[in-house]
Design a protein around this ligand. Structure first.
Ligand SMILES: Nc1ncnc2c1ncn2[C@@H]1O[C@H](COP(=O)(O)OP(=O)(O)OP(=O)(O)O)[C@@H](O)[C@H]1O
Length: 270
């Protein structure tokens, strides 16, 4: 069960400076394991925050907590000024999981039409739905496949249909779990350009997970994770400067070595 405390009361007068996400002591237990260990962090509004770390470090669990679908999460977790999982957040957050959620027996356009009707039902919204769906198909570069069955698409194309669904409602917060896995370099570049457009032109906040370190360089801020803990919460530049490393990847490895050394030190002084 989700068991977040709500944090400071939501006054409905959040300033643009208040972070999109604020976590204090966020802890998640999955099965016998404590997967997130008392995390404190913020995700600033209108920027791209990258969530990076090795496979199994807890990135998806953290994202599921933010979108309100993670069981056994405790601590304080505020999202867009509400406790995570609050019903009013449903239309304000777009979430794309690693497994594409598309209907194989519908075409790309039919998939998007279906979700567009859920977001904006009624005859009066038909024209808007049509233009939204066409815009999104262009955004995710699937115009030439708009009438192809989703079941006949490649893995990367199916992921882009899922991303399109999340972009339909012009959400304030987009949570994207490894959206570029399996994509070729040109598509990855185009998608990152799209992410930047969404942040700068629409003022949306994006939280994007990846374990590809070169993608870290494209983020405004980074949360670097390891084994359920946050190793660093900073800009790519500040991380490189702080560690004296040339790349974020080298900075991350430096921080891992530091954390391991600190762990050893703690063990030997016990
Ligand atoms: N249902 C579950 N029961 C117990 N442990 C789980 C369960 N699901 C995930 N875990 C564990 O939680 C930890 C974090 O998993 P999570 O999926 O959040 O990692 P991740 O960083 O997103 O990994 P990846 O990059 O491979 O997707 C992992 O060690 C995993 O084994």
């Amino acid at each position: 069960m989700m068991n977040y405390s709500s944090g400071p009361p939501d006054t409905g007068t959040q300033t643009t400076e208040s972070p999109a996400v604020r976590a204090e002591g966020l802890t998640v237990v999955r099965g016998p394991r404590t997967v997130l260990r008392g995390l404190d962090f913020t995700v600033p509004r209108g920027q791209i925050t990258g969530l990076l770390g090795p496979s199994g470090c807890g990135k998806s669990t953290l994202m599921r907590s933010i979108v309100g679908t993670q069981a056994k999460a405790t601590g304080t977790l505020g999202v867009l000024g509400r406790p995570a999982g609050h019903p009013t957040l449903r239309t304000r957050i777009g979430y794309v999981t690693q497994a594409p959620s598309v209907y194989d027996d519908l075409t790309v356009r039919q998939n998007l039409d279906y979700f567009a009707v859920i977001l904006a039902p009624g005859h009066a919204a038909a024209d808007r739905r049509h233009s939204d769906v066409t815009r999104v198909i262009e955004d995710v570069d699937l115009t030439s496949h708009a009438d192809a069955l989703a079941g006949n698409l490649s893995g990367g194309q199916r992921s882009r249909v899922s991303l399109g669904v999340a972009l339909l409602g012009t959400p304030e917060l987009l949570v994207l779990d490894e959206p570029t896995v399996g994509l070729d370099p040109v598509l990855r570049r185009d998608l990152w350009n799209l992410f930047h457009d969404i942040a700068t032109q629409r003022g949306a906040t994006l939280l994007i997970s990846s374990h590809v370190m070169d993608e870290a360089e494209r983020c405004h801020r980074l949360l670097l994770m390891r084994e359920g803990e946050i190793l660093a919460d900073d800009t790519p530049d500040a991380l490189r400067t702080r560690t004296g490393a040339e790349t974020v990847e080298a900075a991350f490895l430096h921080l891992v070595d530091e954390a391991v050394a600190a762990g050893h030190k703690k063990e030997t002084t016990r």
